[in-house]
Ligand binder design. Structure first.
Ligand code: NAD
Ligand code: IPM
Ligand code: MN
Length: 356
């Protein structure tokens, strides 16, 4: 089959990790007889440098007609000036909104051999397998914002809104996923303080009662969830939450498998192409050094094959190859915790070799 895959390498380590994921996809194409057509487009800081716009129209066009999109990361200190007209991150938020990607799936899966890479004790993380559904196109990220006043009276605001429809569609998607797993769903909010969270909680409860009475359902406040994730992570199955809470809790959850460099994600809507990316950022502190872990992006490529192209066997093959290199003891620096490590390209080589 012929597929049109758009690559958005972006900034910092983005180009380094996307290059390895591309090689892995090429190895899959060879092994399974597919024709993957790749095209790379600008997003983020590099797009600002070259066009003045973090999401140029040509990138939007290419994404809209893609079979699927694989993104590296955007952002970095070069574009961090708080008074700048625009920021790299604005490009990422805009492409999510333009494509209607309201659900961000972030699986937290353990590799037994990586138990030593986690800062948590092995007996705590054992058996952890969580699937987060982070709402991605609403909430405080997209709320009205602005500044007024001067001096000590200068004030900034950003409002948080959720509509019933926005909550229903993400809760439904998460509940359906729970039915295909251990049939348990946890909704995370801050309903003791925030009005949008109260609407979220009420709406989620109605959806669950009316449409998913068979799914074991509970609610947890976000501050408490931050603690439970570290204390008893194996108790959770599917977790659904808003945009900002999901962002924060999943970076925290990355310490269960041991590194931010291991966590992939899928951003999907009700139709059209999905966007796949690691959950981590552009890692400016290690960019250009050739030491970034490419596995999150490689695992995101596997999610892309499964969710957008229905190439399940191919996705399984990538995940098996990643598990294989881990069980062979290969580690990038983020996983090695001071022990022997290999670089980004060598890790890519190892995954490609497993797929051959
Ligand atoms: P970050 O995720 O880039 O890095 C946090 C820490 O994790 C750093 O020490 C980094 O070296 C390490 N790390 C991240 N990915 C790694 C990998 N693959 N291998 C090894 N180590 C890895 O977060 P940050 O430093 O807070 O943000 C840097 C920039 O990235 C900011 O501009 C931020 O806005 C942006 N960002 C972008 C995305 C995205 O594009 N989706 C996500 C998060 C942050
Ligand atoms: C992520 C990132 C982004 C987010 C930023 C860069 C806009 O942190 O993908 O998790 O907050 O959604
Ligand atoms: Mn994030």
């Amino acid at each position: 089959m012929n597929y049109n895959l758009v690559l958005l390498p972006g900034d910092g380590i983005g180009p380094e990790i996307v290059a390895q994921a591309k090689r892995v996809l090429e190895a899959v194409a060879t092994r399974f007889g597919h024709d993957f057509q790749f095209s790379s487009h600008l997003i983020g800081g590099i797009a600002i440098d070259e066009t003045g716009d973090p999401l140029p129209p040509a990138t939007i066009e290419a994404c809209k007609s893609a079979s699927a999109i694989l993104l590296g990361a955007v952002g970095g200190p070069k574009w961090d000036d708080p008074s700048a007209k625009t920021r790299p991150e604005a490009g990422l938020l805009k492409i999510r909104k333009e494509l209607g990607l309201f659900a961000n799936l972030r699986p937290i899966k353990m590799f037994d051999e990586l138990a030593g890479a986690s800062p948590l004790r092995p007996e705590i993380i054992k058996g952890t397998d969580i699937l987060f559904f982070r709402e991605l196109t609403g909430g405080i990220y997209f709320g009205e914002s602005g500044r007024s006043g001067t001096g000590d009276d200068e004030t900034a605001y950003q409002s948080m809104t959720y509509s019933v429809g926005e909550v229903k569609r993400i809760v439904r998607m998460a509940a359906k996923a729970a039915q295909g797993r251990s049939n348990r769903l946890t909704s995370v909010d801050k309903a003791n303080v925030l009005e949008p969270s109260r609407l979220w909680r009420q709406t989620a409860a109605e959806v669950m009662k009316q449409e998913f009475p068979d799914v074991q359902y509970d609610v947890v406040l976000v501050d408490s969830m931050a603690m439970h994730l570290i204390n008893r992570p194996a108790d959770f199955d599917v977790v659904v939450t808003g945009n900002m809470f999901g962002d924060i809790l999943t970076d925290e959850a990355s310490m269960l498998p041991g590194s931010l460099g291991m966590l992939p994600s899928a951003s999907v809507g009700s139709d059209g192409p999905g966007l796949y990316e690691p959950i981590h950022g552009s890692a400016p502190d290690i960019a250009g050094k050739g030491i970034a872990n490419p596995l999150a992006t490689i695992l995101a490529a596997a999610m892309m094959l499964r969710h957008s192209l229905s190439l399940n066997e191919e996705a399984d093959a990538i995940e098996a190859a990643v598990a294989g290199v881990i069980s062979d003891g290969l580690r990038t620096a983020d996983l090695a915790r001071g022990g022997d490590s290999i670089g980004t390209e060598a890790m890519g080589d190892a995954v490609v070799a497993k797929l051959a």
